[in-house]
Design a protein around this ligand. Structure first.
Ligand code: ADP
Ligand code: MG
Length: 221
């Protein structure tokens, strides 16, 4: 039987985020540097082993077996301590792997937990088949996760390739270097950030939007 989240809390705010931009523009860097703090409880869908080593100064525990990953996450959520736990299957990953990962995130949601659960979702377009409504547990996280203290951080290369549920349900957008002007115009339509601001972005430069407001910045390693 699948775990279910507890303590639905409609008072909680939306903290979902996404980072969009071409390969190598700095999306993973943004997830690490802009969206994660040392004491956070964080789980990561990490198909490419990008999170080996440390995240926000804390050691990432990585599991290739989903059951072992789930046991570690459930144990972590029983505490108020920060943790960084990754699911890295060490093989070609599928949509089903991503859905199962999201089902574990969903199952440890808790609207009364002292800490939110941050859920880093890498390469979302590669692991979902629809640009319509987000399906499965990822869709659940985006639409209902807020009430269970779940903050997703979604990474993808082109906005056009992923479900509209993501862009429409995220409070924060980290817009990075786009490969084509077409993608910059799509972002303008979805966020209101002028394409003329998006097109000149270089590697590790970003525009961070919170609600409707936005500001520019650069990630430093
Ligand atoms: N651990 C690191 N140390 C120093 N620079 C890094 C590190 N990780 C990434 N970078 C820099 O950030 C750039 C963007 O990488 P990344 O964030 O992985 O992009 P993306 O996720 O968009 O493909 C890299 O080309 C590299 O210059
Ligand atoms: Mg990346």
């Amino acid at each position: 039987m699948k775990l279910q989240p507890v303590n639905q809390n409609n008072m909680l705010d939306n903290h979902h985020a996404y980072a969009v931009g071409m390969s190598g523009c700095g999306k993973t860097s943004a997830a690490k540097k802009l969206f994660v703090n040392p004491t956070d409880q964080v789980i990561i869908f990490d198909p490419l082993n990008d999170y080996q080593g440390k995240l926000a100064g804390r050691v990432v525990r990585s599991y290739s077996n989903l059951r072992d990953f789930a046991v570690a996450v459930i144990a972590g959520r029983k505490t108020k301590q920060g943790f960084k736990i990754a699911y890295y299957p060490k093989r070609e990953t599928t949509e089903e792997d991503f859905d199962r990962f999201c089902s574990i995130a969903w199952g440890v949601g808790d609207g009364k937990h002292a800490k939110p659960l941050k859920v880093i979702c890498e390469e979302v377009a590669e692991h979902s088949h629809t640009t319509g409504k987000a399906t499965g547990y990822h869709g659940k996280l985006l639409r209902l996760g807020r009430k269970y203290n779940i903050h997703t951080i979604n990474m993808f290369q082109r906005g056009q390739e992923v479900s509209k549920t993501i862009i429409d349900n995220c409070q924060y957008a980290c817009v990075m270097m786009q490969k084509a002007d077409d993608s910059a115009h799509y972002i303008q339509r979805k966020t209101g950030i002028p394409a003329s601001e998006v097109i000149p972005l270089a590697k590790l430069e970003y525009i961070l939007q919170d609600g409707k407001q936005w500001k520019k910045g650069v990630i430093h390693w």
